[in-house]
Design a protein around this ligand. Sequence first.
Ligand code: NAD
Length: 359
Amino acid sequence: MQIGVPREIKNLEFRVGLSPSSVRALTEQGHQVMVETNAGVGAGFSNTDYHAAGAAIVTAAEAWQQAMVVKVKEPLPKEYDYLQTEKLLFTYLHLAASRELTEALMRSGVSAIAYETVEKNNRRPLLTPMSMIAGRLSVQFGARFLEKQQGGSGVLLGGIPGVSPGHVVVLGGGIVGTEATKMAVGLGARVTLVDINLDRLNQLEELFGARVQLLYSNSANIETAVSQADLLIGAVLVPGQRPPTLVPRSLVEKMPNGAVIIDVAVDQGGCIETIRPTSHSEPVYIEAGVLHYGVANMPGAVPRTATEALNNSTLPYVLKLANMGLKALDKDNALAEGLNVLNYQLMHPAVKATFPDLV
Ligand SMILES: NC(=O)c1ccc[n+]([C@@H]2O[C@H](COP(=O)([O-])OP(=O)(O)OC[C@H]3O[C@@H](n4cnc5c(N)ncnc54)[C@H](O)[C@@H]3O)[C@@H](O)[C@H]2O)c1
C-alpha cells in the first residue's frame, strides 16, 4: 500500500504519525511510504533519517494523496480539501468535540479510524501511552513549578535527610495517577493517592506497599490531604462524562502559598474548581496563591518520546491496515471499534449519540 505521512500543522504540535523505525517496518514488508518534507523535524527525525528508512520525501499534497494517511492530530480546516478522494485516515480524531470535522469527514468519502476509540478488553491501547507520559510529566512539571524562580513555594519534592520531603496528592489512581505516583515515589516525596474504586486501591497497594498512603475518595479525606499538599495532581476520569469537582475553590484557598496544581484531567473539564485550560507557551497562572497548570496536550512537550511511544502502539494496527486495507477490521475487533466514518456515514455509537441528526 502507499502510505502518506503529512507534517502536523496544529499550533505547537511537533509529533509525527510515523517514526523512521515504523517507516522501515512498513517498507520491509513492501509498502511505499511518502513523508512530507520536515514532518519529523520537531520530534528529532530528519528527512535523511526517513530516507534511510526507505521513505520518499514529498510535498504535503503528495503525502495526502496516498491510499492511507497516518497522522497524529485531527485534520484542521486547512486540510479538509485533502480529504476529497476515497482513502483511509488513521489518527486521533475526537469527533465528539467537533461537529465541523465530523461533517467534513462525512462529506469527503474518507474511511476514518480514530486512535482514541480503538478498544481492546475495555482498554484504549492507543490512548494509554499518552496518559502514561502525561502522568510522568505531571510530577516533572510540578517539581519545576515548585521552584521559587518559577513562582512556587521553594519546596524540593524529595527533601534531603534532615528536611521533610514535599507532599504530593494524586486524585485518581488510573493510568495517569499511577505513573505520577511512580515518579513522585522515585523522587522521594511523601505521596497520598485517592481513588473511589476499592479494587483499584487494592491493586495499588500491591504495587506501592506502604510507600504510598492510599485513601478512599470522599470529601473528608480529600480535604485533609489537599490542605497539606505541595503538589496536587488531578487524574480522575469518569468515561464519557465531565469529571466531578473534587476540590472546591474553598479548599484550594487552604493549600500552602506557592503550592502547585497540575490538573491532567483538564482535557475533560478538570476535577479542581479553579482550573482552566492553559497552553505550552503560557502553562501556569496563579489563583488563591497557588500555581495552576492546565495544558490539555501535555505529551506535546516531549514529542520525541511521545512519537516513539505512540508508534509502539499504533504500528501493529498500521501494518494490518497496510497489508489488508479495510478487511483488517473484520479480523481485528479492536481496530473495528476505531472506525468512526465509512461510506459517508457515521459508524461509532458514541459519535452517533453526540450528533443524532447526522445519522
Ligand atoms: N492533559 C493531558 O495532556 C492528558 C493526557 C492524557 C490523559 N489525560 C486525561 O487524564 C485523565 C485521567 O486519564 P487516565 O487514563 O488515568 O484514566 P483512567 O480511567 O485510567 O483513571 C481514572 C481514575 O479515576 C478514578 N476516579 C473516578 N472517579 C473518581 C472520584 N470521584 N474520586 C477519585 N477517583 C476517581 C477511577 O477509579 C480511575 O482509577 C483523563 O481525563 C484523560 O483524558 C490528559
